[in-house]
Design a protein around this ligand. Structure first.
Ligand code: ADP
Ligand code: MG
Length: 512
């Protein structure tokens, strides 16, 4: 080969590092951001100059093979994390730099025009070779990381997942009309139906327990038809008529036009858990009734004393006074009647039935029930309600129980009297009820513990009140949070979702 050409080749090899650094600078200028100045990349760029120089000064074939290797990221340990353009630009800039150098050499007359052509004839096909090899390797590394072997492993794993899912859960597949197309063994076992009896049947009809309202069930269907995953607890009826509870997740599968074409339901048996919960609710309610009874006895004794006194003087009094006294007597009897009937609502076992209920009515009743006891204990209950009433969808007795629990706790936190403020406010599509006391408060440790079953700091406490309240609030899709400071006081914030499209229903708020 021409000596001018080989000399230029040696020079490229010698200056390879310098040129590679120049490319990094160009990158930085182009992208207006400092390119990560990584040693591996600079090293890799300088190698291209070395191979090109080698082709010019010594062995074209060998250089070509080296460039083939150079374009293999994995071989070269070059990070495969930038775009393809990024790597191709390296080649492009290398050519530009070489041309600049050649321009200078021609000016200095160290390279003749004839040699220039010779050099380009060698360099250009090699750079072409570099770009096409880079492109090939780039796509290969990006898209074919999963070999056949990997795919086999993935299939194996899928089989394992299916096995695990089958073992651990109650599993069913239904089509868009809720017709059962697959059930696993656990499903048959809990429902006491055979597989043949289930396939082809309507999932909604066959297990209807009568526990849930139509509305509840329609809501489930509605949500999965919209393609949303539904999670919740369902009470089903087995073939022999017994009821069982399942914690359920229903996952709708959508086809290309967004319509559900099948649902998969994954369930866990929570029947036992439900039974324990029910028992706890019952026992807590009983102890609450007991506690309330003490307060109520006092509350009833007061009007009775008034009545007794009035009846004693009634005989010896004038006619017009008799009318006034009878009026007072009737009012007092009404009060007794009211208190006793409210108390019975709470004491009587009742079906859990969700309806629209007025939050203000519930809160007023609770305060009314507890006022007598509060007076005795020097506690003032301030009601700071929103003027406009709020309608919740829930179970009135359970909601009453929550507020009685919280107010009783607040009262018990005020052994020497104090103030309890009950306020409501609307926050977006929710209503928040705050129950604030300036009582003994709690330490951080205590706050963490409350709501755990049987956690109590009271000599005669049950430690169930808050747990039951949390459960009820959760059943109502609400939430509860607490802020407390020792010797300062405690605030419980409870939020409930408002009834849809009926966010602020105005009731005439008459004081009872
Ligand atoms: P109980 O009232 O039977 O102790 P709860 O579940 O109602 O059970 O309450 C658990 C505990 O939480 C109480 O014993 C008390 O230590 C703490 N607690 C609850 N409410 C308050 C409050 N308003 N102020 C201070 N402590 C409270
Ligand atoms: Mg309590």
């Amino acid at each position: 080969m021409n000596t001018e050409v080989s000399l230029f080749g040696y020079m490229l090899q010698m200056r390879s590092h310098l040129l590679a650094n120049k490319i990094t600078e160009i990158h930085q200028l182009r992208n207006h951001s400092p390119e990560p100045d990584r040693k591996e990349i600079i090293e890799w760029r300088s190698k291209l100059f070395q191979h090109l120089g080698f082709a010019l000064s010594e062995d074209y074939e060998k250089a070509q093979a080296e460039i083939q290797d150079w374009a293999d990221f994995q071989e070269q340990k070059v990070p495969h994390e930038y775009s393809l353009t990024y790597y191709l630009n390296s080649v492009f800039y290398s050519r530009k730099l070489i041309l600049c150098v050649l321009e200078n050499e021609i000016k200095d007359n160290t390279v003749s025009p004839a040699a220039l052509l010779e050099i380009l004839k060698v360099i250009d096909p090699l750079l072409d070779h570099a770009t096409s090899s880079l492109t090939n390797n780039y796509t290969k590394n990006t898209y074919s990381t999963e070999t056949d072997e990997d795919l086999i492993i993935t299939l194996e794993e899928l089989k394992d997942f299916k096995f695990a899912l089958n073992e651990a859960t109650i599993f069913a597949v239904t089509d868009q009309n809720n017709t059962i197309s697959y059930v696993n063994d656990h499903f048959c076992k809990i429902s006491k139906y055979s597989r043949d009896e289930l396939i082809g049947k309507n999932h909604g009809e066959i297990f209807k327990s009568g526990y849930h309202t139509e509305e509840y069930l329609n809501n489930i269907l509605h949500s999965i038809q919209q393609g949303k995953v539904w999670k919740g607890e369902i009470c089903n009826k087995a073939k022999d008529g017994t009821l069982y509870w399942v914690d359920t997740t229903i996952i709708p599968y959508l086809n290309f036009d967004g319509k559900t074409y099948k649902h998969i339901s994954i369930q866990y048996d929570i029947t036992e858990q439900k039974k324990t919960e029910e028992m706890l609710l019952k026992s807590e309610k009983l102890s609450l009734v007991g506690e309330l009874a003490a307060g109520l006895a006092h509350e009833i004794r007061n009007p009775l004393t008034t009545i007794k006194g009035l009846v004693q003087v009634l005989q010896e009094t004038t006619e017009d006074k008799k009318v006034v006294y009878s009026d007072i007597i009737l009012t007092e009897i009404d009060r007794i009647n009211y208190i006793v009937s409210e108390f019975m609502v709470l004491a009587k076992p009742h079906a859990i039935y969700f309806t629209e209920c007025s939050l203000t009515d519930i809160l007023k009743k609770v305060i009314y029930l507890l006022e007598a006891e509060a007076n005795l204990k020097n506690v003032v209950i301030i009601n700071d309600f929103n003027d406009e009433d709020v309608i919740l969808y829930g179970e009135k007795n359970q909601l009453t129980q929550v507020f009685v629990n919280l107010l009783k706790n607040a009262m018990e936190a005020l052994p020497n009297g104090g103030i309890i403020r009950v306020s409501t406010s609307l926050v977006k599509d929710k209503v928040r009820i705050s129950i604030e006391d300036n009582g003994v408060g709690m330490t951080e440790e205590q706050v963490k513990k409350i709501g755990e079953p049987f956690y109590t700091t009271k000599a005669t406490g049950t430690g169930l009140g808050l747990m039951v309240s949390y459960k009820i609030i959760q059943n109502h899709k609400g939430s509860i949070s607490v802020k407390s400071e020792l010797n300062k006081g405690t605030t419980f914030d409870i939020t409930f979702p408002l009834i849809e499209n009926n966010a602020m229903n105005t009731y005439s708020t008459t004081n009872k």
